[in-house]
Write a protein that binds this ligand. Structure first.
Ligand code: DHB
Length: 390
């Protein structure tokens, strides 16, 4: 036990020393981008890496006299691996910023490294409300599940959906989605008939969907992480749930733009709430989508891509504001309060919570120019994470 503590102490002091040294580094500015590039969450990694590279291609790789170096590492979405990679990036590579984090457990596993080494940790994907509270060095450019879920629970009862069954992946973001959707539905006079949770790893939705069919709610509310939506949609349709009069609703993770176009006719009409759609009608987004698809033929940018793209923007602007001279604390201070127009719409990094404040859109799957898109039809402006106000 003592030996282990000693080793831990040595490792921690190595992290602290490395943090000090990075100040005296040469003219490179290193971003350690840790993503799931293989395994179940690989689409998240592919999207974010492509978006980060696009941002660099568009904005150059020199900022405030520093040459930006992007170091991409594959954590296979295993939190222990994320943590080890983060430690190596800080101690050996002396990165100035840690970024990425495809799933909540990976973001949480890294928080202590960010705190110990005073390295800003830019969370570009993971979306459990509490993540930003795990370290004062965490800044988020993705979204939170409470943010997305509450808007849908306000829309549903006004649109004939009173009785709902919830079905979520059984971990942080799913539990947030379930809780905040349910509370707001009850507040609005709706009923939650049952709340079902499926495992994150290798989920089999069949027995859960059978149960939902028997319960016959007006709608099934779903949260599954990016990449799992197509499987839910397929099994929902195969079981004829739509024909049985059960609507599918959820946060936009389920009609993920990365997969939506292959989901087929059955996806038409599905209503979701989210912070980003590839079809968001703004000049800034059109430019982003055109450049992204040109650089990555066959790939549409989804909400993960936009989290990565905006995360790079936050890092670049912090480096520019600190004139390339700042350490972790100065960079962090320059990330707080940033306000800008993202492809998703206006967004800012709340200086107090270090979390993103943004519009949440209600969208419906429609066919446009022969392709399926999440078409926005309503918006709730400047939504703060409801998970923070309690
Ligand atoms: C998380 C992962 C996702 O792929 C997603 O769509 C939302 C949240 C997460 O693990 O936090």
């Amino acid at each position: 036990m003592q030996k282990r503590n000693f080793i831990k102490a040595v490792a921690l002091s190595a992290i602290a020393v490395a943090a000090g040294q990075s100040l005296a580094q040469d003219n490179t500015f290193k971003i350690g981008l840790i993503l799931p590039m293989t395994g179940q969450q690989a689409t998240t990694g592919r999207q974010i890496e492509a978006a980060a590279k696009l941002y660099m291609a568009q904005n150059g790789d020199t900022v405030a006299g520093k040459k930006i170096q992007l170091i991409v590492k594959d954590d296979t979405s295993i939190p222990d691996v994320t943590k080890r990679l983060a430690q190596e990036l800080v101690v050996n590579d002396k990165v100035n910023v840690l970024a990425g984090f495809g799933i909540t457990p990976s973001a949480l596993a890294t928080a202590s490294i960010a705190t110990q080494s005073k390295t800003p940790q830019v969370v570009m994907a993971a979306a459990t409300s509490s993540i930003t509270e795990a370290s004062p060095y965490i800044v988020r450019t993705s979204f939170t599940l409470p943010q997305a879920s509450v808007a849908l629970a306000d829309w549903a009862p006004k649109n004939g959906i009173k009785k709902v069954v919830t079905l979520v992946s059984d971990y942080g973001p799913g539990i947030d989605a379930e809780k905040f959707f349910k509370e707001r539905m009850l507040f609005n006079g709706g009923t939650i008939v049952d709340s079902l949770r499926v495992p994150l790893r290798n989920p089999d939705f069949a027995p859960f969907l059978q149960k939902v069919r028997d319960l016959k709610p007006d709608a099934l509310f779903v949260f599954v992480p990016s990449g799992a939506g197509a499987a839910v949609m397929k099994q929902f349709l195969e079981r004829g749930m739509d024909k049985a009069g059960i609507k599918l609703i959820g946060t936009g993770d389920v009609t993920d733009d990365d997969q939506l176009n292959d989901m087929g006719e059955g996806a038409l009409g599905v209503v979701t709430s989210h912070h980003y759609s590839t079809a968001h009608p703004s000049a800034t987004n059109k430019k982003f989508v055109d450049a992204f698809t040109k650089a990555n033929p066959g790939l549409r940018p989804n909400f993960m891509a936009v989290g990565g793209y905006d995360g790079m923007r936050v890092i670049y602007e912090a480096l520019r504001a600190t004139k390339g001279q700042g350490g972790g604390d100065a960079l962090l201070a320059a990330m707080k309060g940033q306000i800008f127009e993202s492809p998703r719409g206006p967004m800012f990094i709340d200086a107090q919570t270090r979390d993103v404040v943004q519009n949440i859109y209600l969208r419906k799957v429609e066919r446009k120019d022969g392709q399926l898109y999440n078409i926005e039809f309503d918006v709730v402006k400047d939504v703060k994470d409801p998970g923070k106000s309690r």
